[in-house]
Ligand binder design. Structure first.
Ligand code: BG6
Length: 489
């Protein structure tokens, strides 16, 4: 495996994402010997010297990662360019620096442009990169772009058109950091490398699937962004729908980027649109009120900084998705995500149908359905819920669990999602990034829901207490179908 070689330009290099995730991830790759010939240019508005920037990188790695002796050598490859995103001369200067570094470090003319900053500039930057010739490279050029990718389908199309002037679809790496999570990547392996799951993975044997991603944090300092986004755009349009597509896709004919993507796209195409009045039957929104988290009182969403005191932005969404194809007809996929909930936890529960006849129905005790639980975070692993004989006299059945803990087996910490995705973008593997077709189809699904929510004036927010599992209506959503949310904590 040849080590990737590239000049990495990080736009938004003084921002939170670069600081918390990108620098420590790059360092980890370096420390593991996976990065060899590279240099980084940090690009941002404020003026900093290379030395000041290197110091920030060092601090970021020390604070958020595991720094070792070679940290000085690592940061010596970092340069800084103070930038005005709308000014051509600034891009031209950046281009000169890039050429110098390319030559000094022998980077084969390969360039990664990583946009880790406010989305309103994505289009402008891409257009300037082309116009001011930064994309005239002798090696590869790739654009790595963070969400939000638009605000709805229309704005996503505009943005896509802008970036496509400078980069072709296969040069665009749209990050969905959930696709870098170890156990999200494991969904395919669990499904397609085991003889015992795939034959049951359909509407004959699965009764419903539940995907929960709950957070304990509130909106923190992101009120300005979140007010315009809400949980539907922030989590459902991307992370939640991506997990659903991996759970529901057909086996690809090969494990190549194109084959996997095309199977995922087919799931989005089969996703039943929820339109108009149906939205109230299929979706529930919530907003957190005050409450107590770890014995500490926390404020309601409407009291948070940069949030309208009458805000109708949702901080919780639960929904029922139907995938209208042969495999999934009739099987609800329930999703739920929210802030200020009881626990930080992402889990997938696959509930199998009941056995045809319950021989062990005794003394009001019946066998429990089989569950396959995929623990995405904080624990990583799978649990299979089965029934076995209760020890002792008699033939009573009792629930048992088979556990596989990812960390325990491999004996090492799984790499951060960003580390894997950065490495993939450097190697040119776009499998765990979202293709434009997936973005477009998920926006059209989500737009139908926001259209209804944004035009309804009736609200009874806040409707869930901080520290709870969301509004009651989310429980009713399943109860109406004869199910309940399996506990995730
Ligand atoms: C981000 C959202 O995409 O995902 C945040 O913008 C959210 O609002 C975060 O907190 C959750 O990610 P994770 O990895 O902590 O589950």
């Amino acid at each position: 495996n040849e080590k990737p070689t590239a000049l990495i330009m990080i736009f938004g290099a003084t921002g939170d994402l670069a600081n918390r995730k990108l620098f420590p991830s790059l360092y980890n790759l370096y420390a593991k010997g996976q990065l060899d010939k590279f240099a980084v240019v940090g690009v941002a508005r404020r003026s900093l010297t290379n030395e000041e920037f290197q110091l920030r990188v060092k601090e970021s790695v020390t604070e958020h990662g595991e720094a070792a002796a070679n940290l000085d050598e690592f940061v010596s490859k970092f340069y800084y360019h103070s930038h005005d995103v709308t000014d051509s001369s600034s891009y031209i200067a950046l281009g000169k620096l890039a050429e110098e570094l390319d030559e000094n470090y022998r980077l084969d003319g390969n360039r990664i442009f990583y946009l880790a900053m406010a989305p309103e500039f994505f289009g402008t930057i891409a257009e300037h990169l082309k116009k001011d010739k930064l994309t005239n490279v002798t090696g590869f050029k790739r654009l790595v772009i963070e969400k939000p990718f638009g605000h709805d389908l229309e704005s996503a199309k505009v943005l896509n058109k802008q970036i496509r002037t400078a980069f072709s679809e296969d040069e665009i790496y749209r990050i969905d950091h959930y696709l870098g999570k170890e156990m999200v990547q494991n969904i395919e392996v669990i499904r397609f490398a085991n003889a015992m799951f795939e034959p049951l993975w359909n509407n004959r044997y699965i009764s419903n699937i539940q995907v929960t991603s709950s957070e304990t944090l509130g909106v923190e300092e992101r009120g300005r962004y979140y007010e315009k986004s809400g949980a539907l755009r922030d989590m459902v349009q991307n992370h939640m729908l991506q997990m659903v597509s991996l759970l529901a896709m057909e086996p690809p004919i090969k494990l190549t980027t194109d084959e996997i993507r095309s199977e995922k796209v087919r799931v989005f195409r089969a996703l039943r649109p929820i339109i108009g009045e149906e939205v109230n039957d299929y979706f529930v929104r919530g907003q957190y009120g005050q409450g107590s988290m770890n014995e500490k009182e926390v404020p309601a969403y409407r009291q948070e900084e940069m949030v309208d005191p009458d805000s109708n932005t949702e901080t919780f969404v639960a929904g029922k998705l139907m995938i209208d194809n042969f495999r999934w007809a009739g099987v609800p996929f329930y999703i739920r995500t929210g802030k200020r909930m009881k626990a930080k936890s992402t889990k997938i529960v696959i509930q199998f149908k009941d056995i045809p006849m319950d021989l062990y129905y005794q003394r009001e005790q019946t066998v429990n359905p089989n569950l396959l639980v995929i623990h995405i975070q904080p624990e990583e692993g799978i649990t299979l819920h089965l029934n076995a004989k209760k020890s002792g006299q008699g033939t009573e059945a009792t629930p048992v669990k088979l556990n596989y803990a990812n960390k325990g087996i491999d004996g090492l910490n799984t790499p951060e999602a960003y580390e894997k995705l950065l490495y993939d973008s450097l190697r040119g593997d776009a499998t765990n990034f979202t293709h434009w077709d997936e973005v477009a189809l998920s926006w059209s699904f989500v737009d139908n829901i926001s259209a209804v929510w944004e035009n309804t004036n009736e609200h009874s927010f806040p409707n869930y207490e901080s520290g709870s599992m969301g509004p009651e209506a989310a429980d009713k959503l399943l109860k109406n179908d004869g199910f309940f949310w399996w506990p995730v904590t």
